[in-house]
Write a protein that binds this ligand. Structure first.
Ligand SMILES: Nc1nc2c(c(=O)[nH]1)N[C@H]1C(S)=C(S)[C@@H](COP(=O)(O)OP(=O)(O)OC[C@H]3O[C@@H](n4cnc5c(N)ncnc54)[C@H](O)[C@@H]3O)O[C@H]1N2
Ligand code: MOO
Length: 393
């Protein structure tokens, strides 16, 4: 059994950034990683802009100006101001070449065409310089940048509608188990509703993975082999849940062996998620997550998500880790490292009830995991602990 740290480093060292790239529309690029520098096709701003509502001035020798024109945002023909002349101007409007400062309207008195400054105005005041964010021909956003909402806004402001990105991996989620039935069917004694597929798919969608398909298989060796053989040909990542432990009807490990998948690790000294498996074929990566729902989700965040992000080109990815004071006491049983469902709020973290790997009721209100390393056995109120923030809202 390997440690959490070893397992994470095996995932990070085994998965490499995809060599496939594609050009996609900016509107669907959230979470993708740029495969090429984006060079700005324009100066931004494209012209000298007024940053305020007020008066554009050709600065003169006195505080008195003659107002000769009005310039609204979007106006394209601009007046010529002589020294001592002003134009009424509004935020976002183009500043005439002949103007060298903007006086904000709160600092002037204006009557008909007469303007009096009540405060000194410095040269260049309240003017956004042409190209002050980025100049035409400069790199606006470098290859390797993750496209977030601000990046989409910035590139859209440059008039860009398509960008080159690293292709995101395709993912198959496979649930295993005779006991699993779909919602909408009455439960017979011994059956449970299948919940991992929708949960993991949602977690992936939340992290901008949309090329995700789900499959199910009963506890049957031949069917498991044949489904995974088929999926191996079609998907970059296969995420299996359940059937990876040691029971007589746990066929996933045996199926992966039959298919000659190269194991990279099996069993991690952690709770939840001890029987976590990670392996690879020539074409793809396979994670087998324990079927217990909370173990499945915890392993997704800690191992699968970093793997998917690296494959997508986000090679520096890790979930944010912070330190916070615990508002709870916690006593660990056993010597496995633990990922504890927790709620972080205002510099404090509360370890939630219901830590069993089968329990989702408190995972549903958790926004973080407290990480308790192998050699820490107890948390006391006010102890500083390591908190892993979850990408949930
Ligand atoms: N003798 C031993 N037994 C077990 C060990 C062990 O070391 N020795 N490890 C335990 C640990 S720890 C875990 S975690 C589980 C993992 O088992 P599997 O990955 O084989 O998962 P299953 O047995 O198939 O299922 C476990 C549990 O989760 C429920 N489940 C499974 N899939 C789903 C799903 N898609 N949606 C909802 N619930 C699901 C399943 O019904 C079981 O209750 O093994 C321990 N056993
Ligand atoms: O590893 Mo299991 O998830 O402890 O119950």
């Amino acid at each position: 059994m390997i440690s959490v740290e070893e397992a994470i480093s095996i995932v990070k060292n085994s998965i490499v950034k995809t060599s496939e790239t594609e050009v996609i529309s900016l509107g669907s690029a959230l979470g993708y990683v740029l495969s090429e520098d984006v060079v700005s096709p324009i100066d931004m701003p494209p012209f000298r802009q007024s940053a305020m509502d007020g008066y554009a001035l050709n600065l003169g020798d006195t505080n008195n100006y003659e107002i000769i024109a009005e310039i609204k945002a979007g106006d394209t023909s601009l007046p010529q101001l002589n020294k001592g002349q002003a134009a009424r101007i509004f935020t976002g409007a183009a500043v005439p070449h002949s103007a060298n400062a903007i006086a904000i309207q709160e600092h002037v008195t204006a009557e008909n065409t007469m303007l009096t400054l009540e405060k000194e105005v410095a040269i260049g005041a309240n003017i956004r310089g042409q190209g002050e964010q980025v100049k035409k021909g400069q790199v606006a956003l470098a290859a390797g940048s993750v496209i977030n909402p601000a990046a989409i806004g910035f590139l859209a402001s440059l008039g860009i509608s398509k960008i080159a990105v690293h292709t995101k991996p395709s993912v198959a989620i496979v649930t295993t188990g005779n006991e699993l039935i779909p919602a909408g069917t009455p439960l017979k004694h011994g059956e449970i509703y299948e919940s991992n597929a929708l949960m993991l798919e949602s977690a992936m969608r939340r992290c901008n993975y949309t090329n995700v398909s789900t499959f199910k298989v009963k506890d049957n060796f031949e069917n498991t082999v044949s489904l995974i053989r088929d999926l191996n040909k079609k998907f970059d990542f296969i995420i299996i849940t359940g059937g990876i432990s040691v029971g007589d009807y746990d066929f996933v490990g045996k199926a992966l062996e039959e298919l000659e998948v190269t194991p990279l690790f099996y069993k991690v000294k952690q709770k939840p998620g001890k029987p976590l498996y990670f392996g690879k074929t020539q074409k793809n990566f396979i994670f087998a997550l324990p079927g217990n729902p909370a173990a499945s989700l915890s392993c997704f965040y800690n191992y699968v998500l970093p793997g998917l992000e690296i494959a997508s080109g986000n090679t520096d990815f890790s979930l944010p880790r912070i330190r916070a004071r615990s508002t709870s006491n916690y006593q660990k049983k056993g010597d496995r490292a633990q990922f504890l469902k927790a709620r972080y709020q205002q510099d404090e973290v509360t370890i939630l009830d219901g830590q069993s790997s089968s329990m989702l009721h408190t995972f549903a209100i958790a926004n973080a995991l407290v990480y308790l390393p192998e050699d820490t056995f107890e948390i006391k109120i006010k102890d500083e602990v390591e908190v892993i923030m979850l990408p949930i809202n």
